[in-house]
Ligand binder design. Structure first.
Ligand SMILES: Nc1ncnc2c1ncn2[C@@H]1O[C@H](COP(=O)(O)OP(=O)(O)OP(=O)(O)O)[C@@H](O)[C@H]1O
Ligand SMILES: [Mg+2]
Length: 265
């Protein structure tokens, strides 16, 4: 489904600030896989998602295919038709000045399988209500309220619903619960899983929460300095504990320390 071959990304190439952020990443994600991605700050996780969705162009020789289609020649707005994204910031992904139902109508317009007009009919409203009811936040009774009046958690839940309404081929979540209080974060992550599993969405989810990383999805990837240094699924993953993941983190950090020390000698 998602195929990434020899993917590299360098910022400020050729300048004194050159920064190699993705180093020859190879990754194959079969349909309906739910992959969690961990890695320390600056590891390249967000950049990976940005390159997949077309925000940044990778280095020459990189290849990204979705459903067998080479997407690198497609601009971001075209890729948005089959990629759903949810960011860390609840303010992104929804329009504050529009109502809940207007936001949902826009999201549904992205669905290429359904030819719809923006008009909000009685039938459409009922459909929105039933979808919103799943969130369990009472938003089904607030269809005509502006999104700007919602709390961060409510808004993030709505964003997830919107991102999935278009039935994307690929769903990219970047620490989408990080700015929420623990209880709301729990709710949103469970909701995410429910929606992903119900729609069998192929998903990449970046998280700093190791427990979440192992508990949700069926595969976990760890990134470090632009490389994938761990890729576990199946039994190996089931047996893995949060401590094992943390050990892996300190292992690569130690290696880095030794490298740095050697440079100093
Ligand atoms: N638009 C940009 N221009 C220049 N450098 C960038 C840009 N975006 C990211 N970088 C650099 O790329 C590196 C990786 O950043 P990235 O945001 O992908 O990390 P991350 O793994 O998502 O980290 P975090 O866990 O902190 O979100 C960093 O060194 C960062 O400074
Ligand atoms: Mg990031």
């Amino acid at each position: 489904m998602l195929k990434i071959i020899h993917l590299s990304k360098v910022f400020f190439k050729g300048s004194i600030n050159e920064n190699v952020v993705l180093r020859d990443i190879n990754l194959y994600v079969p349909r309906s896989d739910f992959v969690t991605i961990v890695g320390s700050n600056g590891a390249g996780k967000t950049t990976l998602l940005n390159v997949i969705s077309g925000v940044f162009t990778p280095e020459r020789g990189s290849k990204i295919e979705i459903d067998g289609q080479d997407v690198l020649n497609l601009p971001e707005y075209k890729r948005a038709r089959f990629i759903g994204r949810v960011f860390q910031n609840p303010l992104e992904g929804t329009s504050a000045s529009l109502t809940i139902e207007e936001n949902l109508a826009i999201a549904i317009l992205k669905n290429k399988k359904r030819k719809l007009r923006l008009a909000i009919t009685h039938k459409r409203r009922e459909e929105f209500r039933s979808k919103l009811r799943i969130l369990g936040l009472g938003l089904e009774n607030r269809l005509q309220e502006r999104v700007g009046s919602l709390s961060g958690g409510q808004r993030q839940a709505l964003t997830i619903l919107m991102a999935t309404l278009a039935e994307p081929e690929l769903l990219l979540l970047d620490e989408h619960t990080a700015s929420l209080d623990p209880k709301t974060a729990q709710k949103i992550i469970r909701l995410t899983e429910e929606i992903v599993v119900r729609n069998r969405l192929t998903t990449l989810m970046v998280t700093h929460n190791m427990e979440e990383a192992l508990k949700f999805g069926n595969r976990t990837i760890m990134m470090h300095e632009g490389r994938i240094i761990l890729d576990v699924s199946g039994k190996e993953r089931t047996k893995m504990s949060v401590n094992d993941l943390l050990d892996k983190f300190s292992e690569v950090k130690k290696e880095k320390l030794v490298e740095d020390e050697m440079l100093l000698i």
